[in-house]
Design a protein around this ligand. Structure first.
Ligand code: HPA
Length: 241
């Protein structure tokens, strides 16, 4: 099991018996070393999506190298954390999304573009339902009330959206908005790695709150609620064989 840790996940200090894997891939370097650790009796891998110094903005992350590196060390499932804006969900709430709309552009989004062979993958259900169910059960066992479905609108970033863009996303059916959900999810699917996301709403999306989006508000919400990522992940570890 692997965790791609997004913004706000800062429990690395709590990981025991850390082994660091410096992996390089045919698609370049992942964002950081992969940390191997144990939760209960399970071996788990952690990768910081934005790098150890938070140096990669969402549009500059080497998603292919990240997924390939986790594949190379033997990750059999990937859980990703995400700090997101809320369109139809209140700040502070956890969402386990079941759908994605991709608004990103110019990102390397396939392993199969080297001219050898065109490959199409089914992506009707972008998240792995079995893994989603385990996350939902894990959140329930922690007595959290969560949204058990939702549509993740993946925007390009690193700027936040305009109010009109969020109106459009809402009309499209997006309930949350973030910048890193794609192409991460489809790359995992290309390698047949079950993938699911724990999203934490850290702000009302643009135009839906009472004022401009304040980064300090986002940071406060993250600081208060981000331990939930690790709580849900570690409980999910117990259920994953
Ligand atoms: N939009 C996009 N990505 C985000 C947001 C947002 O409002 N909040 C956190 N990540």
């Amino acid at each position: 099991l692997a965790l791609i840790a997004g913004t706000g996940f800062d429990q690395f200090g709590a990981l025991e018996n850390q082994k660091h894997h410096d992996v390089s891939t045919a698609w370049g370097e992942p964002s950081d070393v992969i940390i191997e650790s144990q939760i209960g009796n399970k071996n788990v891998f952690f990768l910081q999506r934005h790098g150890s110094k938070f140096q990669y903005p969402p549009n500059k992350i080497n998603y292919r190298a990240n997924i390939a590196a986790l594949h190379n060390v033997g990750a059999s499932s990937i859980i990703a954390t995400a700090a997101v804006g809320g369109i139809d969900v209140k700040t502070g709430k956890i969402v386990i999304p079941d759908q994605i709309i991709d608004y990103t552009y110019g990102r390397e989004n396939t392993f199969y573009d080297d001219g050898d062979e065109v490959r199409y993958i089914d992506f009707t259900e972008p998240y792995h339902e079995g893994l989603r169910k385990k996350l939902i059960a894990a959140a329930r066992s922690a007595r959290l009330t969560i949204e058990t479905s939702g549509t993740y609108g993946a925007t390009q970033g690193p700027r936040l959206e305009t109010a009109a863009e969020i109106k459009r996303l809402k009309k499209d059916g997006c309930t949350i908005v973030g910048m890193t959900g794609m192409p991460e999810a489809c790359l995992a699917r290309e390698l047949s790695i079950p993938y699911a996301t724990i999203a934490l709403v850290v702000n009302p999306a643009a135009g839906l709150g009472t004022s401009k989006i304040l980064i300090s508000d986002i940071e406060n919400t993250l600081e208060k609620n981000s331990p939930l990522f690790f709580e849900i992940f570690s409980r999910a570890c117990e259920q994953i064989t």
